[in-house]
Design a binder for this molecule. Structure first.
Ligand code: AHR
Length: 502
């Protein structure tokens, strides 16, 4: 495999927000995950587990989306403020009909963000909320001067407003967020966005709930109606981005396979489906380009990742799944694709951070483990806010095929920041190693540290008894050959190589 990298021809900036996260009131993500309560025997600050926060800080999480997901559209923020004992409870109808006591609310979420060093991304309720409710939530969070909501916030112990940039207007409004038609939601998005005000110097980045998968007509409908005068994008856009969600599942969405036991054919199909996100981002971008050729409006993939059958003996609506090397390779592939689309794609959020779907961390009582996916986020964090160095891998072998979907076995991307180049390479092939030769042009460079994430099998995963079965190791398969960087990427592995620019 070969690729040319022009070190002196920079591409767009890879926003750090492509490495965003998502924490929903779902299963054990918040309760018995991040949040164990102040009375817990586990070390916590305000009920938030400090060991998890410490582990996650190593990822430089740029933003955290909350409170859903589907939960967001039945969440009423006023139920989650004030003394915990007087907060009303509700039923979480989407996720197991469990009773939600609202002990983790706005203040707790903002504290979690502060502890993580992440920016909040709040997903507001359109499906069952009101314009006034959403407008007042923005005011509560961000207004400094005297106002009914800033007074209420101060009464609840927070004098200074918070900074909140990212604001979601609804979630999956085509489905759990209200089963709306695009035309109807397009008007609601305009209306809600109008009343999500910029208070003081807080400037919102409003994200309209977008398409499912490849529903490009949803994106087109939103793009047609985004401008303040009803037309296409202009200086007074009502919202600044539109989103979409895409999950990877195999063999089919309706018949999801298991996280740890899957056939080689299912593995190939997983990778073919993961690759599809490239086509999907391209499709949404093309539509957006027609209305907004300068890419003023962002595309946000605020839910992505693998979705398998819940682990045996767990509540199926809690979406708790193990995480193997296969999941890690899905993640590294997504990042290469996200990097390539950095001009239009402004944010992405993996679903979800703890104990739900493609998680970074799984917990069991006081124990926790870091998943293979966690390690991809950590190994790739040097791409955050770096400048893309565009590259195209010319494959040695024919394209693979699974269920009519074609895909490539090897993927790579590169970026530069502060004189350091980071190269990431993924070999999806189950059996064959791949030699990747990067022809680096445009400046002298030195070879730095290389690391690898792999394991004897793609089904390998970390357990509470063996938490490091899949973890990054030092890698000696990268070398220079004249001006070329040659990386021997073993079968089913993910490699990162650092280079210094002189
Ligand atoms: O991430 C789990 C769920 O998947 C979210 O709540 C919803 O938005 C999506 O369908």
């Amino acid at each position: 495999m070969t690729a040319v990298v022009n070190l002196d021809v920079p591409g767009p900036t890879i926003s750090r927000h492509l490495y965003g996260h998502f924490a929903e009131h779902l299963g054990r993500c918040i309760y018995d995950g991040f949040y164990v309560g102040e009375d817990s025997a586990l070390s916590n600050i305000g009920g938030i587990r400090t060991d998890l926060v410490q582990a996650l800080r190593a990822l430089d999480i740029p933003n955290l989306r909350w409170p859903g997901g589907c939960f967001a559209d039945e969440y009423h923020w006023r139920d989650g403020i004030g003394p915990k004992e007087s907060r009303p409870s509700m039923v979480n109808t989407h996720w197991g009909n469990v009773v939600e006591n609202n002990h983790f609310g706005t203040h707790e979420f903002m504290q979690l963000c502060e502890m993580l060093g992440a920016e909040p991304y709040i997903s507001g309720n359109v499906g069952s909320g009101t314009v006034q409710e959403m407008s007042e939530w923005v005011e509560y969070l961000t207004r400094s001067g005297d106002s009914p909501m800033s007074r209420l916030r101060k009464e609840n112990g927070r004098e200074q407003p918070w900074k909140v940039k990212f604001w979601g207007i609804g979630n999956e409004t085509w489905g759990c967020g209200g089963n709306m038609r695009a035309e109807y939601f397009a008007d609601l998005a305009r209306q809600y966005a109008t009343y999500c005000k910029n208070h003081d110097d807080n400037v919102l980045y409003r994200v309209a709930s977008g398409a499912r998968d490849d529903d490009y007509s949803w994106t087109e409908t939103l793009m047609k109606s985004i401008g303040s005068l009803g037309g296409s994008p202009g200086p007074r856009d009502l919202y600044q981005a539109t989103s979409f969600h895409y999950y990877t599942s195999a063999p089919t969405w309706e018949n999801k396979g298991r996280a740890t036991s899957f056939t080689d054919e299912e593995y190939d199909l997983t990778m073919a489906k993961a690759w599809r996100i490239d086509e999907i981002i391209t499709g949404h971008s093309r539509v957006m380009d027609c209305y907004d050729p300068q890419a003023r409006i962002g595309l946000v993939c605020d839910e992505w990742g693998t979705w398998w059958k819940a682990e045996k003996n767990t509540n199926p609506r809690f979406l708790f799944q193990q995480n193997t090397l296969r999941d890690a390779l899905v993640a590294s592939l997504h990042f290469d694709i996200f990097h390539r689309h950095a001009r239009r794609l402004t944010m992405a959020n993996i679903a979800q951070t703890v104990n739900v779907l493609q998680a970074m961390i799984l917990t069991e009582g006081d124990r926790f483990l870091l998943t293979p996916t966690y390690h991809v986020f950590e190994m790739n964090k040097g791409h955050q806010d770096a400048t893309l160095l565009p590259l195209h891998v010319i494959q040695d072998s024919a394209r693979r095929e699974a269920d009519g979907l074609e895909f490539d076995a090897v993927s790579a991307s590169a970026s530069v920041k502060d004189g350091r180049v980071l190269v990431s390479a993924t070999n999806l092939d189950l059996h064959d190693d791949a030699r990747l030769r990067l022809d680096l042009r445009g400046g002298p460079w030195t070879l730095g540290e290389a690391r690898i994430l792999t394991a004897p099998a793609v089904r390998s995963h970390n357990t509470f008894d063996d938490p490091s079965a899949v973890s990054p190791q030092k890698f000696d398969g990268a070398d220079r050959d004249g001006d070329a960087l040659v990386v021997d990427v073993p079968a089913h592995s993910f490699v990162t190589v650092q280079l210094g620019l002189q």
